[in-house]
Design a protein around this ligand. Structure first.
Ligand code: SAH
Length: 234
């Protein structure tokens, strides 16, 4: 059974977007995953088909209505849908590789793309939406964020990456950032490739890569080192 992604958005034309190219695009074509995209506005009622309204209590911007979004979610993902329902949101838990892996193991995902100031809290609570952030900055909408989440998932689905082991040493998979890479030409603008990488000594190459990964992570992401130490202790 293929991984089933359902996206709810006010901008369905933004999909599949980047996901119909390269690895994800080929996987979509091959049926490794499937995508359906739902226009939230189709579930609005009245002559004007309003999807948003002014915030209760006043203030700037507009809020996505609970009744409209609730109907859209129910149409795509009934109460017994086993798939997690994500809401793209800067207030959510920042996405990490561990969460991506866990999502990959499931039957699929339902993703709600927010717009405006955000969505009515009642629909988040009543439809058990898990708020997920892709980083500490504000996007204009959840569509690009949803594609980030799906891209990260799809590349891990069985058969998508050509070389199945190429994921294993990747940044975050080991708890460290990845070592630097080099390729031909051997000499470029007077700079050569580190000797050890052309030595043919695989033990030494592995050791060098591990050392580099550790050094880089210590410099750039001391938080990852601290997390690794904590994991080792427990
Ligand atoms: N007023 C909100 C920001 C709204 S941005 C706040 O201050 O928290 C509009 C929509 O873009 C959000 O509903 C969300 O779906 C999406 N979005 C913006 N930044 C995001 C981020 N860092 N991660 C995931 N989704 C984001």
């Amino acid at each position: 059974m293929s991984f089933h992604a359902s996206v709810l958005t006010l901008y369905p034309d933004m999909f599949p977007g980047t996901l119909d190219q390269s690895l994800a695009g080929r996987a979509l074509e091959n049926g490794v995953w499937k995508l359906d995209v739902t226009q939230i506005r189709d579930f609005a009622s009245g002559k004007h088909k309003n999807v948003d309204d002014t915030p209760a209590g006043g203030g700037a911007g507009m809020v996505l209505r609970a009744d409209v979004l609730g109907r859209a979610i129910d149409a795509v993902s009934p109460a017994d849908d086993p798939r997690p329902r994500l809401l793209m949101s800067p207030r959510g838990k920042p996405l990490d590789q561990e969460r991506v892996r866990a999502l990959t193991d499931g039957p699929g995902v339902v993703i709600v793309c927010g717009r405006f100031e955000g969505v009515d809290q009642r629909v988040i609570d009543q439809r058990q939406l898990e708020e997920v952030s892709i980083g500490d900055y504000i996007l204009s909408g959840g569509e690009v964020a949803a594609q980030v989440v799906l891209d990260a998932i799809i590349r891990l689905l069985p058969g998508v990456m050509g070389n199945d082991t190429s994921g294993e040493s990747e940044s975050f998979e080991t708890g460290l950032l990845e070592h630097p890479h080099y390729t031909r030409p051997a000499e470029w603008e007077g700079h050569s490739i580190p000797d050890v990488l052309v030595s043919g000594n695989h033990g030494k190459i592995e050791q060098w890569r591990r050392d580099q990964a550790e050094k880089l992570t210590k410099q750039r992401r001391p938080d990852l080192i601290a997390a690794l130490d904590k994991k080792k202790q427990s």
